[in-house]
Ligand binder design. Structure first.
Ligand code: NAD
Length: 473
């Protein structure tokens, strides 16, 4: 049984002052595997204070020192990759291959940031001015429950590269994964206070971070609704705020696409991370003339999807992360049926043979129209909506016909044609014939999917502020 009751503040694990105790539940078995005591505002203030104190010295570190720290973090996280993976399986229900990848990616974030910083000019001459890129200051890094290690390490890597100390607030729904990551980061042996981490609720710890005058920057990943609260709170203190938010991404299959490869990619785009991915391609747009063919291929692919024990390397989809998530997905499946969408794969309830655990059936609807809830709202579960189009123009209109704009996918055997369509899609990222991201390129959304970019140079610059120094000639 896990018993987590400490926060990581000023280089040490210290008992939290908060008193709310929550259960940690394994979503694959519904067994209680531990408890966590959540941090409160007082803990948050201590963490902010520690980060502020450390900021003075950290801001004066040179490139080489920060690169060395990033390398230390990379090595520390890499050597804990097994524990990071196992905690994501146990607490979140992530499947083996995905959690393995994320645990490696978490360490790679630090290597990427080191490389980016190495190549980045922190001082440059512009006309008669010298422009110095300075750390923006103490940063709050606020993360969701669906991608814990990756989100924390990606944000922290950019913050450290820029010379910003931070207070990390993972979701209150991921205390076990957060604890394992904090231990891994601690083992890197960085000076006290450079990063601090505490699990607490959004309305107190999150709000404290969004409003505290000593926080200069907020890097937030989570839902659009929460992002707006944070942006409003942050504006009062003129905090630099970036928001990586919800999505309802389209996968456009062009009439020349090779379905033998496309459908597997599109289905993986829809169901990645057990369907709980901001970048999931949850609307599959297909030419009306190829609908029957696509439905056949989707059903054939779905029949091969093994849902079950996330520890088993053959499992393609594990449970949803919580009972609330399970109920949310059921609700959307019911709404799809009630609005007349045609169920072609899955449906309500658990998959056959899985009586225990928050397992949903991977579900695909056809005959989905743009006005249906399942086509408009982010479900955050394994539910795919197939929509048909009659022309390229209409495909683009449907893809853009959402308030969100995080990702889009285009599948075609004609790359020029696909690129032309990509240029017209309202999305932060467009993937053509692939679903694995480029981790050094900017990542973020347009419209209601967010403000600002992470990763690579864009991520580094989001933690920097330009200071212009002009001297008399
Ligand atoms: P959420 O918005 O409920 O919570 C995210 C974080 O914000 C948590 O740490 C939470 O405690 C905190 N929070 C909640 N209220 C707060 C407040 N008032 N002030 C400060 N912090 C507060 O999101 P979630 O349910 O944890 O995550 C799922 C959502 O995140 C989905 O919408 C998904 O699309 C989105 N997401 C986006 C990305 C991206 O990169 N764009 C990545 C992963 C998840």
């Amino acid at each position: 049984m896990w018993n987590i009751s400490e926060a990581y503040i000023d280089g040490k694990f210290v008992p939290v002052q908060g008193t709310e105790v929550i259960q940690i539940i394994n979503p694959a078995t519904e067994a209680v595997i531990g408890t966590a005591t959540l941090a409160n505002r007082d803990d948050a203030r201590l963490a902010i204070h520690a980060a502020r104190r450390a900021q003075r010295t950290f801001a004066r570190t040179c490139k080489a020192e920060r690169i060395e720290m990033l390398r230390q973090l990379q090595a520390a996280v890499l050597s804990s990759a097994g524990q990071i993976r196992d905690s994501a399986i146990e607490e979140y229900g992530g499947v083996f291959a995905r959690t393995q990848w994320v645990s490696q990616y978490a360490s790679q974030c630090f290597a990427n940031a080191a490389q980016t910083l190495e190549d980045y000019p922190l001082i440059r001459t512009v006309g008669t001015a010298q422009v110095v890129m300075e750390p923006v200051g103490v940063s709050a890094l606020i993360a969701p429950w669906n991608s814990v290690a990756g989100t924390i390490c990606s944000k922290l890597a950019s913050a450290i590269a820029a010379g910003c100390t931070s207070v990390i607030k993972p979701s209150e729904l991921s205390p076990l994964q957060s604890r394992v990551i904090a231990q891994a980061l601690h083992s890197a042996g960085l000076p006290d206070g450079i990063f601090n981490m505490l699990s607490g609720r959004g309305q107190d710890v999150g709000d404290e971070l969004s409003t505290h005058p000593d926080i200069a920057r907020i890097s937030f990943t989570g839902s659009t609704a929460t992002g707006k609260l944070i942006a409003r709170a942050g504006l009062q203190g003129m905090k630099r705020v970036s928001l990586a938010l919800s999505g309802k991404s389209a996968s456009i299959v062009l009439d020349d696409a090779d379905l033998s490869t496309t459908i597997a990619l599109a289905m993986n785009a829809a169901f990645m991370n057990n369907g709980q991915a901001c970048i999931a391609g949850t609307r599959l747009l297909v030419p009306r003339t190829r609908l029957d063919e696509v439905i056949g291929a989707v059903q054939a692919f779905a029949a091969t999807l093994h849902v079950g024990d996330p520890k088993d390397p053959d499992t393609a989809m594990g449970p949803l992360a919580s009972l609330a998530q399970y109920q949310r997905v059921q609700h959307y499946i019911q709404r799809g049926l009630a609005q007349g969408a045609r169920l072609i794969v899955g449906g309500e309830g658990r998959p056959a043979g899985l009586e225990q655990g928050y397992f949903a059936r991977p579900t695909v609807f056809a005959n989905v129209s743009q006005d249906m809830f399942i086509a408009r709202e982010e479900i955050f579960g394994p539910v795919l909506s197939i929509m048909t189009y009659d022309s390229e123009e209409q495909a683009i209109q449907i893809a853009n016909g959402t308030e969100y704009g995080l990702y889009a996918y285009v599948f075609s055997s004609d790359l020029q044609r696909a690129s032309h369509i990509a240029s017209r899609l309202e999305a932060g990222t467009v993937m053509i014939n692939r679903i694995n991201p480029e981790l050094l390129a900017p990542f973020g959304g347009v419209k209601q999917s967010g403000i600002g970019r992470e990763f690579g140079v864009a991520g580094l610059e989001s933690f920097l502020e330009a200071k212009t120094i002009v001297t008399a000639l």
